[in-house]
Design a protein around this ligand. Structure first.
Ligand code: HEM
Length: 154
């Protein structure tokens, strides 16, 4: 039998571990999210969505959520992204601004290719479900929950 290997397979031994393990587990995810949310909380547009929300809580929630999404431990106990963001008017442009910050944070945290791209792909897969076409398509998470609209700072 002849097995034909792709150029990648021929040069790199196959790694069957989860993306979570290949990244180095919890310490790497926590490091990336510290850098990422430092950037978000310093960003003139994005930070306004996080008014009154403790940065450490959101870092931990994001770490637990992504750990689960990357084949790591399943201990996430928050809302899933669609219900968690239904009250936020997230535009295509805003999503892209956040995505670029994430890409930069992964680089700054020393996450190399191809793991960086695999991480960005998982995050980017939420785009179509979180981006809203108009404010009318947002709704509060509970009866009196306001819809959050933050115009782009000029
Ligand atoms: C521009 C895009 C985004 C904005 C403005 C945004 C903003 C926020 C805010 C303000 C919260 C806190 C909500 C609260 O506690 O009341 C939150 C929570 C969260 N976000 Fe995002 N987010 C965005 C994209 C994403 C994406 C792409 C993901 C998935 C990878 C994600 C995953 C989460 C998770 C897991 C939580 C925690 C929910 C909970 O604790 O119940 N977010 N986000």
């Amino acid at each position: 039998m002849v097995t034909i290997l792709s150029p990648d397979q021929a040069s790199e031994p196959r790694d069957d571990r989860s993306l979570y393990d290949q990244l180095g587990g919890h310490p790497t995810l926590a490091r990336v999210h510290r850098i990422f949310y430092d950037a978000i909380y310093a960003h003139a547009w994005l930070r306004q969505f996080f008014d009154g929300i403790d940065q450490k809580v959101i870092e931990d929630q994001q770490t637990d959520f992504m750990a689960m999404a990357m084949g790591g431990p399943d201990r996430y106990c928050g809302k899933f992204p669609v219900p968690a963001h239904k009250h936020m008017f997230i535009t295509d442009e805003l999503f892209e601004v956040r995505h670029v910050l994430l890409e930069r944070s992964l680089g700054d945290a020393g996450v190399a290719e191809p793991l960086r791209s695999r991480w960005l792909k998982i995050d980017g897969a939420f785009k179509t479900r979180l981006v809203k076409k108009s404010v009318d398509t947002c709704e509060g998470r509970f009866k009196t929950d306001p819809v959050v609209v933050v115009p782009k700072p000029t």
